[in-house]
Ligand binder design. Structure first.
Ligand code: HEC
Ligand code: HEC
Length: 388
């Protein structure tokens, strides 16, 4: 292996691990492109204020006004909708992405399509984002314009798969679902007792990479993650509204996407993430996950996303949460599946957590192998290491 291939491989896997819990590393791109030193950012780990995309990036012509944190969701959604990778539209010069360049025809077409999709929703759907890239493309570069023959015979009382609206379902009271859920998790006193957690486990990424992690958690809003990777340690910490990332290549403040994903991590380890008084939720039908019948409830989150929660009809436990980031060209979903609930200090906690994202690096299965509750966790665990 030549030095440069080696360097490329190492960079690629660092990027994959950089995304370990929290987001996509290419987001660092506009920072370096503006010539700022990423090391300096880490010294002041404050969350970056939201700028419109045209100020945060170099060559935005269609997505004007998009909050900068939504650019990653949009790009992931576009790639998944067309079944392609970033390279389809963007230029990579050696190891360096030049996302602002307009050299590829596909990017120019995509820009027109972004405009078209926004226009369709505006003029034909009263501004609701009913049409996304996926509506037409369904994972194909070019949408399939004609149904294929021979036409499969529709069943007698035809509801096409994924097509027709599901039949009306009897209403289920969300508050009852939530009450059953919180009872299934454990007694209130046992839940209230849990203040800190220390856990170890394995993280298997979608590309098969297997890593070990350690997590320290102080409820409600502090987490520190240490990942042991062949290239060295990767550490991440969040305390309240700010967070940092340190890997062998760089140390910097977390961007908004990473912070949001860190919060999802804390959420997935909270003994009772949905607290009383329960937020306003609406019944959203039933659905099977594997062989389990679930009740779906939906709500809007404080950070202006939509959440759909899936509760096991039988046990009452939470089996899935999907968070949708709604962008002007469609929604970017984040899905967390909770499995293997076991009793820890009188509280049921999932020991297998699957996270799925539209981007290529972040989808993974985490298995908890060791968990301690209410051990003393020093505050220094969450502070950014001193910049070199
Ligand atoms: C189908 C084409 C397409 C794909 C695939 C795609 N993009 Fe884009 N990307 C665009 C277009 C078009 C724009 C410009 C949008 C505009 O003008 O408002 C853009 C803009 C960007 C920008 C802003 C660049 C700048 O400084 O102006 C970044 C960063 C970016 N994309 C990253 C990505 C990443 C990362 C991926 C893969 C996950 C990706 N894109 C996949 C079409 C694409
Ligand atoms: C209303 C349907 C519709 C929507 C919505 C739509 N597209 Fe398309 N798109 C098409 C059709 C049809 C074609 C093929 C045109 C052709 O064959 O020349 C196409 C072609 C493309 C191509 C060129 C593919 C190629 O191989 O030549 C790109 C890139 C593309 N679309 C990106 C997008 C993106 C990104 C979005 C969302 C922002 C989007 N499209 C939304 C219908 C749609």
């Amino acid at each position: 292996m030549t030095r440069s291939t080696l360097k490329r491989c190492v960079t690629a896997s660092v990027i994959a691990i950089g995304a370990f819990f929290l987001g996509t590393n290419w987001l660092a791109y506009p920072v370096s492109a503006r010539g700022e030193d990423p090391g300096q950012q880490a010294a002041a780990p404050t969350p970056t204020a939201e700028k419109p995309a045209e100020q945060a990036f170099k060559n935005i012509k269609a997505l004007n006004g998009l909050p900068e944190s939504q650019l990653a969701p949009v790009m992931n959604m576009i790639s998944a909708s067309l079944g392609v990778q970033c390279i389809q539209c963007h230029v990579k010069n050696g190891d360096v992405w030049e996302f602002d360049k307009d050299d590829k025809k596909a990017k120019l077409t995509a820009r027109k399509m972004i405009q078209m999709t926004m226009d369709i929703n505006k003029t034909s759907f009263e501004g609701h984002i009913d049409v996304s890239c996926y509506t037409c493309h369904q994972g194909h570069g070019r949408p399939v314009p004609v149904p294929s023959l021979p036409r499969p015979m529709p069943p007698a009382n035809a509801a096409a798969p994924g097509g027709a609206r599901p039949p009306e379902q009897p209403q289920i009271n969300p508050q009852e679902v939530l009450a059953k859920y919180s009872k299934a998790v454990g007694a209130k006193e046992a839940i209230d007792k849990i203040k800190t957690r220390e856990l170890k486990g394995t993280h298997v990424a979608a590309n098969g990479m297997n890593l070990e992690f350690e997590i320290k958690l102080v409820l409600p809003d502090k987490v520190a993650v240490l990942v042991t990777a062949p290239q060295g340690a990767i550490a991440q910490g969040v305390s309240g509204d700010s967070g940092w990332v340190k890997n062998p290549r760089e140390q910097r403040a977390m961007n908004n996407t990473e912070l949001a994903r860190a919060r999802s991590l804390i959420w997935s380890l909270d003994p009772l993430p949905i607290k009383e008084p329960y937020p306003r939720m609406l019944f959203a039908g039933t659905e099977k996950i594997g062989d389990k019948e679930t009740i779906r409830l939906r709500m809007n989150t404080p950070d202006k996303r939509r959440a759909v929660l899936y509760f096991d009809k039988e046990s009452g436990l939470l089996l899935r949460r999907v968070l949708y980031t709604d962008t002007p060209v469609g929604s970017d979903p984040e899905q967390i599946d909770f499995e293997d609930y076991r009793d820890e200090d009188g509280v049921k906690i999932p020991h297998t957590i699957r996270v799925s994202y539209l981007d290529n690096f972040s989808t993974a299965t985490r298995k908890i192998t060791d968990m301690k509750t209410n051990v003393k966790v020093d505050d220094s665990a969450f502070a950014a290491p001193a910049a070199k």
